[in-house]
Design a protein around this ligand. Sequence first.
Ligand SMILES: Cc1ncc(COP(=O)(O)O)c(C=O)c1O
Length: 400
Amino acid sequence: MDKILDTFKIEDTHYASFANKTKISIEKGEGVYAYDEEGKKYIDFTAGWGVTSIGHANPVIIDALLEQGQKIIQNPNSGATYSPARSKLISLMHEILPENLTRIFFANSGAEANDAAIKLARKATGKLNIISTVNSFHGRTISTVSATGQNSHRDRFNPLIPNHIFIQYNDIHAARKVIENDVAAVIVEPIQGEGGVNVPDSDYLKKLSDLCTKNNVLLIADEIQTGFYRTGSLFASNNVKVDILTMAKGIGGGFPFGAFAITEEVHDKLNTGDHGGTYCGNPLGCAVAYSVINYMLDNKIWENVESVSRFAFERLNKLKKEHPDIIKEVRGKGLLIAIELADDDVTSALNSKCLDSGLILNVTHGNIVRIFPALNISKEEMEEGLKIFENALENYKQFN
Ligand SMILES: Cc1ncc(COP(=O)(O)O)c(C=O)c1O
């Protein structure tokens, strides 16, 4: 216990307190499980916020880290020299990415990939305005906060970067009304993640894409949360023409890594020096991302996502029917699932009960439980976690 108390004390005293912390100190992980400093075992239904896509401590990632780490971690002159680890990853991504997205570049996080997308869209089009959607989340840098459609993330940083226009999500008429206003790009999440797992109509993205094409506006698909099989397919913008696609989270399996892919037309409008970054495309990150994607392909991870997702939705919808007073809605796609609960109090009570019983959940917007575990979670592991949630719910009802 003393060891844990030290960890709490040091972080509480000297770590900048930007987060409402839960008093657990995680020391290690394996697959979908995480262990605290005293050895208590938890099921991780958050995958480190949608990141540890192939589980904690997956041997393919450890091998890639070791093998590449023994060769080289950062190139001399960084991105201004070539790297076999980088080119291997680019080749693999080129094989699976939508055909029109011919040029790839790397970043270290989602916000950084989106920041580049916005900056380069302005440069490539010579236009200023960026349209994004209400309730969206695109990151925490000043430009991505400016593109984020939630006042809670924006207001305290005013004045933000100008020329951002917000429209209702899943409303094509709203997009039509503003698309002609000197717009460089529309940035959109195919499913809003942090905003509460909001799934648009199945034809929304296609209509948005057509509208953008007609008006010479670039479409940026922010697939940072939805990409790399999180919702079942490689990207949730599947079969829709996008001009810039941003990636992070799942691509690195836990290693801080991001990417964006652009069309040849966008690339043609950009010049040497328009973008870069010390760690962009570093060989270590590239080797890890390669191992993650390769694992997903080798294991046909989408098959597991589909079957575990079906199981989870059946189970949760049944629970909703049994407890309509507590569960307002179950929604999502693949292994990006939201359970909207009656209010913040019940959510907080269930969350702490689950934590005591060894299940780590993510809560967004006070009353939405977001489930986004590792994509290779088994049905039994999903069942184990859902059982803890069900017990917490029944226990809550018994005493409230
Ligand atoms: C859709 C989306 N875009 C961007 C980001 C920001 O990514 P990062 O936290 O890696 O900067 C997130 C993070 O949650 C996200 O969900």
